[in-house]
Write a protein of this length. Structure first.
Length: 335
């Protein structure tokens, strides 16, 4: 085929690969979801396989097995040598169902719930309104299963990144998942925990503590998060995945009530996605700002705004800890 158009001439040395990688990112995500759903990673849990063996183990055609395996190799989740594939360490830990933490429920949520909402994102951008969250019992099960598994990942990363040893009396205020405090209790046998969660969480919270064998080291005091007044003199307070669910005014009240339940010098851990003012925004936080908005209109707040709430309610910010694949944690001290 011939054309009369002149060839493109580049006037700068800037390569386009980063733009292309971002633009085709959904292709990698959808192939990851398919590889997980069809058992590709589980098929490699016992050792390396070639394409024919992967096809036999998963029920895929050899052509599709090759497409998915090569895509996962290109993204670094599989190693390939001599036409045989094996798991990379992160895939072995999180995608086989036999490693540290199985992320299949989270990937299922992204594929079945979140991805469909992102197809509505243009309308959200144009109208500043979230997408239509059309849910039935099955979709709610997928939604909550995925969200809680992602919370479990955040809790595991927090337990790996923060030293719970100095503390004795933990207040977990308003969280959705007990995994954060359970991780702290497992890390420190001398720690006790008090949960002040929404009443709707009482049954599942009690069952989780019983299953973890920690019921004798915890108490549960049901109360609505935005009005709860726990009081007390705790030396460690957690406010995990709370602030994005509430207005600025409600969050100021929540943090003031958290301070009233802490002794002087106590530590606050506030975990959530946050927008920063650094020269380069941490991508995972900014991407979740879009995710939260298109799903249900909740808010990823600027870190500077949250810091102002903390200072106004009697907390002094000490540091921020960026958790791998997870939100950041603002660490503050009761003054």
């Amino acid at each position: 085929m011939t054309t009369s158009e002149s060839p493109v001439t580049f006037t700068t040395s800037a390569a386009p690969d980063r733009i292309v990688d971002i633009a085709i990112g959904y292709m990698g995500a959808k192939q990851l979801f398919a590889a997980a759903r069809t058992g590709l990673f589980r098929a490699l849990a016992e050792g390396e396989r070639d394409v024919a063996q992967l096809a036999s183990a998963t029920g895929l055609s050899e052509r599709m097995a090759r497409i998915l395996a090569d895509a996962m190799n290109g993204l670094g989740l599989l190693e390939r040598e001599g036409g045989r594939y094996r798991l990379a360490p992160d895939a072995a830990a999180h995608l086989t169902g036999e490693g540290e933490l199985d992320l299949h429920p989270f990937l299922g949520f992204l594929n079945e719930i979140s991805y469909g909402h992102w197809l509505q994102f243009d309308a959200t951008v144009d109208t500043a309104k979230p997408g239509e969250l059309e849910m039935d019992e099955g979709r709610w099960g997928t939604f909550m299963g995925g969200v809680m598994r992602y919370n479990a990942l955040h809790a595991a990363m927090l337990a790996r990144s923060f030293d719970f040893a100095p503390y004795r009396n933990l207040l977990d205020l308003g969280g959705l998942s007990p995994d954060f405090a359970i991780g702290a209790l497992r890390a420190n046998p001398s720690l006790s925990a008090r949960f002040v969660f929404d009443p709707a969480s009482t049954e599942s919270l009690t069952e989780a503590l019983r299953a973890a064998g920690l019921a004798d080291r915890a108490t549960v005091d049901p109360a609505p998060t935005d009005t709860a007044r726990p009081n007390g003199a705790h030396d460690l307070v957690m406010v995990n995945h709370v602030i994005h669910r509430f207005t600025a005014e409600q969050n100021r009240t929540i943090l003031a009530n958290a301070r009233a339940a802490a002794r002087p010098g106590a530590t606050l851990l506030l975990l959530d996605f946050l927008l920063d003012d650094d020269a380069r925004q941490r991508p995972i936080d900014a991407l979740h700002a879009g995710e939260y908005f298109v799903i249900d209109g909740t808010v990823v707040y600027p870190e500077s705004e949250v810091t102002a709430w903390l200072e106004a309610s009697g907390w002094r910010r000490r540091e921020a800890i960026a958790l791998p694949g997870s939100p950041r944690v603002l660490v503050a001290e009761a003054v």
